[in-house]
Design a protein around this ligand. Structure first.
Ligand code: DAH
Length: 343
């Protein structure tokens, strides 16, 4: 068959084949298909020439057109499959997962060591029947001082460097006012433990201006120093474990009589002397004593029918002793490298 339409068809076939094979990606390949096989494509155009052919040539020409179309469609399908595979392959190359890389993980928070120590102390005291109380951070002068037998202008006020809010209110300097709220509002006998933040104008290697205390108060009918010592001995042993030594040192607090300070052997130098314990081998953790009858009197509680003991310890102090932390200022800094050691 040698009509011009047939020659044109041969030419188109070759051109289309080249265009298909040249396509670098699916889009180019598709465009080439549209160009030759689409509704207005070149091959479709040639088919239109069929109308002008003599009748006897039509079937042969029609057959040839179909062959060309079939050939090109088959070629297209093959090339399309190849390109698709190539694309998947290169995508996999580019987005390759390195399964040996460490996972990114999620960062878990944890309790601050001060909170951990507080929780542990509360749990230990709960086993002795003490229940938890809190109180306001801004206290009336009366609760922070007066009711605790620290009258205005008394030299004992100098023991606690106070932040004053106004004439009659202070940032509480200790958790002892929690005792007064309980004595005023609760039924006797009483076993409470108070915890929370306290504030003093004081800052060095062993003092913070904002720190935490726990306060214990036991009021019952016959209470002696023996009860106080027994309770503190139990508490300290449960908290620190058996390896640490404690001692009671006679002392003075206006709200207790007699009073004793409680020291623990220094965990850093083990008693030989270091900066933390100021070369004494001991670290003071707080004060204690039998409730001063004046305090009962202020709270309108009958004495000696009711007697009591109390103690108040610094939580940061207990934390540095328990964990052997050399500088108390690390605790409020909240450097994650430090905090993570406790999680
Ligand atoms: N509140 C005292 C302080 O912060 C500590 C203290 C001493 C508390 C004796 C007590 C206690 O409950 O009985 O220095």
């Amino acid at each position: 068959m040698s009509n011009p339409a047939s020659a044109q068809l041969d030419q188109l076939k070759t051109q289309a084949q080249q265009a298909f094979e040249k396509a670098q990606n699916l889009q180019d390949l598709y465009n080439a298909k549209v160009q030759y096989l689409g509704k207005t494509g070149a091959v479709t155009d040639v088919m239109k020439a069929m109308a002008t052919l003599p009748k006897e040539e039509k079937p042969q020409f029609g057959k040839k057109v179909n062959e060309v179309k079939e050939f090109l469609e088959k070629l297209y399908a093959e090339l399309e499959l190849n390109l698709k595979n190539q694309e998947i392959h290169s995508k996999m190359e580019n987005e390759r997962l390195d399964l040996t890389l460490p996972g990114s993980g999620s960062i878990l928070g944890s309790l601050h060591p001060v909170q951990k120590v507080t929780d542990e102390i509360v749990q230990i005291m709960a086993r002795l029947g003490y229940s938890l109380r809190t109180g306001p951070l801004i206290e009336k002068d009366y609760y922070n001082f007066e009711a605790l037998n620290i009258p205005q202008d008394h030299p004992a006020r100098d023991m606690q460097d106070t932040f004053f809010v106004d004439q009659t209110h202070v940032l509480r300097t200790h958790t002892s006012p929690i005792q007064i709220h309980s004595l005023e509002n609760e039924k006797l006998p009483l076993r409470i433990i108070g915890t929370g933040a306290v504030f003093r104008c004081d800052s060095d290697i062993s003092h913070l201006p904002h720190f935490h205390q726990i306060e214990a108060l036991c009021v019952d009918e016959k209470i002696s120093m023996a009860d106080l010592k027994g309770t503190i001995a139990f508490f300290v042993r449960e908290f620190f474990g058996p390896g640490l030594k404690t001692r009671f040192r006679p002392s003075f607090f206006p709200f207790t009589e007699p009073s004793a300070e409680v020291d623990c052997s220094c965990p850093v130098c083990k008693g030989s002397g270091c900066a933390l314990c100021k070369n004494s081998g001991w670290i003071e953790i707080g004060g204690s004593g039998l409730v001063n009858p004046r305090v009962f009197e202020n709270a309108k509680i009958e004495y000696p029918k009711w007697q009591g003991f109390a103690f108040g310890f610094g939580i940061e102090r207990m934390a540095i002793i328990k964990y052997g932390i050399e500088d108390i200022r690390l605790l409020p800094e909240n450097d994650l490298r430090f905090l993570r050691q406790f999680s």
